[in-house]
Write a protein that binds this ligand. Structure first.
Ligand code: SF4
Ligand code: SF4
Length: 133
């Protein structure tokens, strides 16, 4: 069985719950944490790879606990020609995937840290950030 990649988003009430432990212990899932980020408000985003027979039951557990679960079938790309390096996206990117590099003050995009939350797509005035299926 090949691993399935999902994105979790959760609020501060969830960030102290042992959700990964429960996926492993109660649903016999093999869990690979690809990316994880919790902001100062204790809101979290996580990308997981899950393998196991009880995948659907594990997802039901997460949803019932109040976690938003989305299959990761998309990725974000930046149209370099449209980007004006205005920096607006760096203020809302929860993982630092979009960040300002000093001293040149260029906006860099690190795809490895992107959790496809799509906040930058809405925030970019130039429509430079795009969702690819
Ligand atoms: S979708 Fe945009 S805002 Fe969200 S993590 Fe990726 S780069 Fe950052
Ligand atoms: S908000 Fe858009 S134009 Fe501004 S730096 Fe980010 S991607 Fe570039």
């Amino acid at each position: 069985m090949s691993p399935k990649k999902i994105v979790l988003r959760f609020g501060p009430d969830i960030s102290d719950m042992p959700i990964i432990y429960r996926l492993v212990k109660d649903y016999n899932l093999m869990v690979n944490i690809v990316k994880a980020n919790v902001n100062p408000q204790k809101e979290g985003t996580m990308v997981l790879e899950l393998t196991g027979e009880e995948y659907d039951q594990g997802l039901d557990y997460l949803r019932n606990a109040g976690v938003s679960v989305q299959a990761l079938t998309q990725e974000i790309v930046r149209d370099e020609e449209k980007c004006t390096m205005c920096g607006a996206c760096t203020a809302i990117c929860p993982t630092g995937a979009l960040h300002i590099e000093r001293p040149l003050m260029e906006v860099h995009f690190n795809l490895d840290n992107c959790v496809v939350c799509q906040l930058c797509v809405k925030a970019c005035p130039m429509r430079a950030m795009e969702v690819r299926l």
